[in-house]
Design a protein around this ligand. Structure first.
Ligand SMILES: *Cc1c(COP(=O)(O)O)cnc(C)c1O
Length: 418
């Protein structure tokens, strides 16, 4: 059988796992062990040479199992499976999305460097950039989804550190309003500022649409980052993260992961393998439901505006339509909407939901709703909130796998109470 011709969803149950090596167990066991026994001292010596980069791996030679901070079968098999969706050469799994993002940023930037990033980004990422990285004398320049390539280049030049641009980090669609950023445009900016001895790294936080509906590496990104807590985990029962890219880039990320010790535990790897088996069916159902929910909300007299990628074809600008056509395979399952009124009406809606739970996070099998202005985005500076339509009347919904009519009827009874 030629596995390379198969779709990722066909391989999620078996790829990279050999039952013979685990007493015939159909499912990959949890390798709950801190360390691995070498067959000989010579073998142990060789494993360390390769693991610590003292010697190149020979053609076809696999990195031997040493110690669970360096590698573990539950992480390795999961990493191999996750690579299939993004067509990445390698992947590193972390104990959280934040640790994947922070580790990648620390590996590819040095004191004195400049980071360009899209705004708004995830609150934790924003905090890391504007607090911790500042302490390391890594400055940052933010840009918004409306900025043109020329405007962004102008901002970089005005920073006084254009020659030190080391990394571009973007999130598209932006949370919570689904604003779009052109990955190819960012790759052009990356090339403009890269030199023979310094490659600018372009990373894309693909948590909202990946790994099924957007593939940033195809558009020129170097790294794809995930909070695997969201769609990849998909059951709201695990915190994890991932970073994918070329073998060379991920070797560097894994190097720092080894010394930070922020790899995921074997049980987390096992949980995520369980989740990957149903990733595509879950996400497709969630996206179908989201179309129904968005249409319902758009026609409701107490709803002012709905932010949903499925409406870009009708209401988007030419630029948005082009990015959408290039980058996305689906309109996704994240919806934001403005209720008529303000905080009072938004809170009344949230407090009256019954089936849909009032909680942050997203991408799980259950539908969740929250208030970005006072919750996930409470920390975002007021001018960015204003520019991004993050107001007191805005509600964000992560649509789950329930029967769509039940989601809608819960929303209907909550809206009726406003
Ligand atoms: C949740 C989230 C993160 C952080 O991930 P954790 O797993 O909570 O550490 C990063 N980026 C985006 C877009 C997220 O939604």
């Amino acid at each position: 059988m030629d596995y390379t011709k198969m779709r990722p969803e066909s391989l999620m149950m078996t790829y990279g796992y050999k039952p013979k090596l685990s007493e015939g167990s159909l499912k990959c066991p949890i390798f709950q062990t801190s360390t691995f026994v070498f067959n000989s001292a010579m073998e142990g010596k060789r494993f360390f040479e390769v693991a610590y980069g003292l010697s190149e791996a020979r053609q076809g030679e696999e990195l031997g199992l040493i110690y669970s901070r360096l590698n573990n079968p539950d992480l390795e098999i999961l990493e191999n499976r996750l690579c299939l969706w993004d067509k990445a050469e390698d992947c590193a799994i972390f104990e959280s999305g934040m640790s994947a993002i922070a580790t990648a940023m620390m590996e590819f930037m040095q004191p004195g460097d400049l980071l360009l990033y899209s705004r708004p980004v995830y609150g934790g990422t924003d905090h890391f950039i504007n607090n911790f990285l500042k302490k390391l004398n890594i400055e940052s320049v933010g840009f918004s989804p409306e900025d043109s390539r020329e405007e962004i280049i102008e901002k970089i030049n005005q920073s006084g550190r254009a020659d030190r641009l080391a990394m571009i980090h973007i999130e598209t669609p932006a949370n919570p309003t689904n604003a779009l950023i052109d990955i190819e445009m960012c790759a052009e900016i990356k090339r403009t500022f890269s030199t023979a001895d310094k490659e600018v790294i372009l990373s894309v936080d693909n948590t909202y649409m990946g790994p099924i509906w957007q593939h940033p590496l195809k558009h020129g990104a170097d790294l794809v980052l995930y909070s695997a807590t969201k769609y990849i985990g998909g059951h709201s029962d695990v915190i994890a993260g991932a970073c994918l890219g070329s073998k060379a880039h991920i070797a560097r990320v894994k190097g720092l992961r080894t010394f930070m010790g922020n790899m995921a535990a074997p049980f987390t790897g096992w949980m995520l393998m369980r989740s990957l088996e149903t990733l595509k069916v879950r996400m497709e159902q969630q996206a179908r439901n989201a179309v129904e929910v968005a249409r319902y909300l758009r026609n409701h007299p107490k709803v002012e505006k709905v932010y949903f990628l499925g409406f870009i074809g009708e209401t988007g600008t030419e630029r948005e339509k082009e990015i959408y056509r290039k980058q996305y395979l689906s309109s996704g399952a994240m919806i934001a909407f403005d209720v008529k009124g303000g905080e009072k009406e938004a809170f009344a809606f949230l407090d009256n939901l019954q089936l849909i739970k009032l909680a942050v996070s997203l991408g799980g099998t259950e539908s969740l709703a929250e208030h970005p202005y006072s919750m996930t985005h409470a920390d975002v500076p007021q001018d960015i909130k204003n520019a991004m339509s993050i107001t007191e009347k805005l509600i964000r919904v992560s649509v789950g796998v329930e029967y769509y009519e039940d989601i809608i009827s819960d929303m209907r009874q909550a809206l009726d109470k406003l």
